[in-house]
Design a protein around this ligand. Structure first.
Ligand SMILES: *[C@@H]1O[C@H](CO)[C@@H](O)[C@H](O)[C@H]1NC(C)=O
Ligand SMILES: *[C@@H]1O[C@H](CO)[C@@H](O)[C@H](O)[C@H]1NC(C)=O
Ligand SMILES: *[C@@H]1O[C@H](CO)[C@@H](O)[C@H](O)[C@H]1NC(C)=O
Ligand SMILES: *[C@@H]1O[C@H](CO)[C@@H](O)[C@H](O)[C@H]1NC(C)=O
Length: 436
């Protein structure tokens, strides 16, 4: 009796070991996480599993955000939570400043002798301080076409934040997932954990009812009906802004956000006259063009905004498109009945962002330039950023939707697909049927 029990124990242990060995030896080439769009805030929401026992948590996706931060004050329960001790390797990876103590009863987010960073709510522009910590994170692997087995990073580094930092974020989320260019951004940690390239790609769905995706690692990136978008990208250099764009930062820290070089803007092939000084990043880190998933619409410095909207209105009237009164936050709106629909969205003048040369152009067609605000009215989905914004052009969510955008951190290169509608698919067409 005893020996058969022993045998049973032994064989379960063996099974356990061989299972965990198998899991260890399975090395994913890429990972995939879903992204939905919150209809009330227009924020993009992703989900990952964290903690022990494992819990699915919803986070606002911030493509240029510094790291993962979560609310540890409210209901953070996990047997695998470990605060980062002062002067540990985790603290230096996180570029943590100083060493802290917390004098109330120890709990996640409040421990003795730990280092801290500044978690940043980039929607409201608020930063607090937060304990650096690590805990288990798991996500699904992918072969590019479907999700596969779940893989685990046992010591994923993140920052705790107080519940108050969630203010302004979509209801139900517990933090933000920062995909920015830092050593503890999600792309770098996943790439280090599974030894794949420091690359990731976002594909945001335009529908609030259907999910888009983020891939970590290299392509293929396949969308139904079997279209591998990674094979047909255009590329442009990514630039590093030497001055942090975070709400709180230490001197000398570069920005974790992704900047590209727009050289000029054309509307229906006609160049728009703009002050080109605004298009480059100066020594103080002001100017240039960045990609953002926390701005729902592209934001243009006011002189660029005025020039672009004026040129757009002129080109639209040449097509007999009738202008109507603005609808906040937009002031360039048109009578929908004067605009035809096409596969690429409303048939309106094409906006072209000219990148490093005349052969590398980010084309914005109706589906990405216009937003339907009522049955009768379509508006140009760009907003005025005022006269002294930190960054002159912020390419926002509406302009990114149904485009696949790949970020390669090692080669500092951005790949972009232009609208997938031109290829008879959309970002909502990833096949989420798991083949694990
Ligand atoms: C991924 O796996 C599925 C199921 O085995 C297969 O149908 C598909 O072709 C694979 N995709 C790639 C890109 O290898
Ligand atoms: C162009 O923009 C720069 C930076 O804001 C400014 O200093 C300069 O005066 C502007 N030039 C013109 C002609 O408006
Ligand atoms: C749009 O145009 C139609 C047809 O000319 C007209 O009946 C309608 O009132 C216009 N709508 C607006 C909002 O101007
Ligand atoms: C999605 O993937 C599953 C698993 O490979 C496959 O059986 C199914 O046919 C795919 N769905 C579509 C619509 O092709």
């Amino acid at each position: 009796m005893a020996s058969s029990l022993q045998y049973l124990l032994f064989s379960t242990l063996l099974l356990f070991f061989s299972k965990s060995l198998a899991q260890q030896s399975f090395r994913p080439k890429a990972l995939v996480i879903p992204v939905s769009k919150d209809p009330s805030t227009l924020q993009y929401i992703t989900s990952i599993n964290q903690r022990t026992p494992s819990l699915s948590i919803d986070l606002v996706l911030d493509v240029g955000g510094q790291f993962l931060w979560v609310d540890c004050e409210n209901n953070y329960v996990s047997s695998t939570y470990r605060p980062a001790r002062c002067n540990s390797a985790q603290c230096s990876l996180a570029r943590a400043s100083g060493c802290g103590d917390c004098f109330s009863a120890p709990r996640p987010g409040c421990n003795h002798n730990t280092c801290g960073v500044s978690p940043d709510n980039t929607v409201t522009g608020t930063a607090t301080s937060g304990e650096v910590a690590q805990d288990v994170v798991s996500v699904q692997s992918t072969n590019g076409s479907n999700p596969g087995r779940v893989v685990t990073v046992p010591k994923f580094i993140f920052s705790c934040a107080p519940t108050s930092l969630l203010e302004g974020l979509a209801s139900g989320v517990v933090g933000m997932a920062g995909l920015g260019r830092t050593r503890i951004g999600l792309p770098s940690q996943f790439a280090a954990a599974f030894s794949f390239n420091r690359k990731f790609a976002i594909c945001l769905s335009s529908a609030t009812t259907a999910m888009g995706v983020v891939f970590f690692g290299d392509g293929p990136y396949v969308f139904l009906p079997g279209i591998d978008v990674s094979q047909s990208l255009q590329y442009t250099p990514l630039f590093i802004n030497p001055v942090s764009t975070a709400s709180a930062f230490t001197q000398g820290e570069p920005s974790s956000e992704y900047f590209i070089g727009v050289k000029s803007i054309q509307i229906d092939d006609t160049p728009v006259s703009i002050n080109t000084t605004l298009l480059s990043i100066d020594k103080k880190g002001v100017g240039g063009t960045k990609i953002s998933t926390v701005n729902p619409y592209t934001v243009l410095e006011s002189s660029i905004y005025k020039a672009v909207t004026r040129a757009f209105v002129t080109a639209a009237s040449a097509r007999n498109i009738a202008r109507v009164a603005g609808v906040a936050p937009f002031d360039t709106c048109f009578n929908a009945s004067s605009i035809l629909g096409t596969r690429l969205g409303a048939s309106v003048p094409t906006i072209r962002l000219v990148l490093q040369n005349e052969n590398v152009i980010w084309r914005i067609f109706g589906a990405n330039s216009m937003v339907q605000v009522s049955d009768e009215v379509l508006c140009l989905a760009f907003v005025n950023g005022g006269s002294n914004p930190r960054t002159s052009i912020v390419i926002g969510g509406h302009q990114l939707e149904d485009n696949l955008i790949q970020f390669d951190l090692a080669t500092s290169r951005l790949g972009f697909s232009s609208t997938l509608r031109g290829r008879q698919t959309t970002c909502a067409n990833f096949n989420f049927t798991s083949i694990a």
